[in-house]
Design a protein around this ligand. Sequence first.
Ligand SMILES: [Zn+2]
Length: 269
Amino acid sequence: MSAEKAQALVLRARPFGETSAIITCLTREVGKVRGLAKGAWRPKSKFDAALDLLSICQVLVLHRSSGNLDLFTEAFLEHRFRIGRYESSFAAGLYIAELLDSVTVDADPQPELFDLATRAIRFLSAPRPGQRNEQGSAPDSRTVSALIIHTELGILHQLGQLPSLHCCAECQRPLEGRRISFSMLGGGGLCPRCRRGKRSVVSISSEAIVSLRQLADSFDQSENTSQSEPPFGEIRAIMNTLFANILGYRLKTSHWLAKTFSSSREKHR
Ligand SMILES: [Zn+2]
């Protein structure tokens, strides 16, 4: 048996027996780890909140022989996800966790992916009373929408599946016109000539492609050089279809995400 120390983000926690839990973590050092945390859900657990969903923590993992679940023997909390006023931030956190769990395999460390994920989770978490987090207050639903898309594009980049947003994926001609052909089966933007005969190609607006380019670089809307707001509804539909094509199924939390965003938009009207 070997033990490893790692920085971890808790993606999933499900009950095991009366008080134990099976925890899925994305770690910076050893990639995704699934393991048993004995007594994690006892009232006075030694893990405290470190293995709660969306916590960022330091863990000690004991690798056991094949066929046996690894064991979490220690966990120290670094950052606890705080649910603030906005349900959309929590929905976004759970969506990012499910997405990361879906696109990663066990024991394949990707430190850049881990850093991208933990930055997003820290940003979405509400500040403690009397404290400020990076953005000074809980992010509004537009910033959350932008952050999710920025994180999704970062994940696609890490997977080597970032769609072509500047030029035709096949012949590298610049993408022009008010409507752009966009291949969902890989590649992204296509010029009219390369579009012919392709399956799963949709027509997207030039505003959507310009926003996707900006959001790939930054989710900070104050850096958005175009005057208008990104067409978030259209971009959300593009991202959902892209990931459904990559994964072969639609993420469970994407439905909740869509619901919380439509209700928060109504409240802002
Ligand atoms: Zn082309």
